[in-house]
Design a protein around this ligand. Sequence first.
Ligand SMILES: [Zn+2]
Length: 346
Amino acid sequence: MPDDQNDGGATDGGATDGGTGNTDGGNNDGGNADGGGGETPPTVRTCGTMESYQLLVAADPQYADRLAALETTTTDYIALHAQDGDGSVMAARSGPIRIPVVVHVVYNDAASNISDAQVQSQIPVLNADYHKRNTDLKNCPKVWEGVVGDVNIEFYLATTDPTGAATNGITRTSTTVASFTDDNKVKSAATGGHDPWPTDTYLNIWVCKLASLLGYAQFPAGPAATDGVVILHTAFGTTGTAAAPFNLGRTATHEVGHWLNLRHIWGDVTDCSGTDFVSDTPNAGGPNYGKPTFPHVTCTNGPNGDMFVNFMDYVDDDTMVMFSKEQALRMQATLSGARSKLGGGP
Ligand SMILES: [Zn+2]
């Protein structure tokens, strides 16, 4: 595989080596076979959050009960605050809430040892998307302009580590694991990854090679040892190895949404019977991929159809532009409850 080396270059090059097209000249599309840097970046979004959740529930059936109980308090919170009207009011805590982030880079070659610049490029994307300041919000169909929510959260790379020492908010771990999956092994040093920093006070993001998915997250109320989100290095940030159509940082926006208790907007079943527990996102018949054109009608949700521009759908990075107001309230409910210690809360 002659391409094993050529997309790595200097570790911190940060140049636009992109990974577009230079890795698939090989024979068998490999990808997960050798994992040696010759993997082909995904062309459609795949998220492992629900599968990861089911694996955790299989190991700890009470997790499902805890998440169901959280749904009750979330519903109460939304009922209480929906009357605020603009979906941006933090009653329990004055916003914006500032969340410290640690990024654990777990690599097995030069390419997956992504640069500091690539890590840093992710943060402004999160801050724009979670504060209704993303410039591509202008692409939102007019029918939903009044539904766009401001989550009122800000993120920053941690400046203090768990021992109190100064840090740039990035850890680096060399691994012999060719490619991880949604089994949480990247979250433990014992299985080739890196242990989390305290998950009640940091957002832990692991960036690595992933087989056949862009990322996955853990919902609130799950095991502390695996709490956080995992993202494929070619879908993280906006420079370095970030590769189109997932090179605008939206995989992290999507996965952090799950971490704050959002579901996919189609409710994870494809017969129109599912729910995302959010009333201002239309019922949808399944995920939308790529770059759909408005409207895409399913589940008798015409004339406007699916809210495929929502961050919790499966479209390309340049097509998802918004959270809804009630999604914002759900996330604020999480930060007032299950994740209340983040950002210096009680
Ligand atoms: Zn997802």
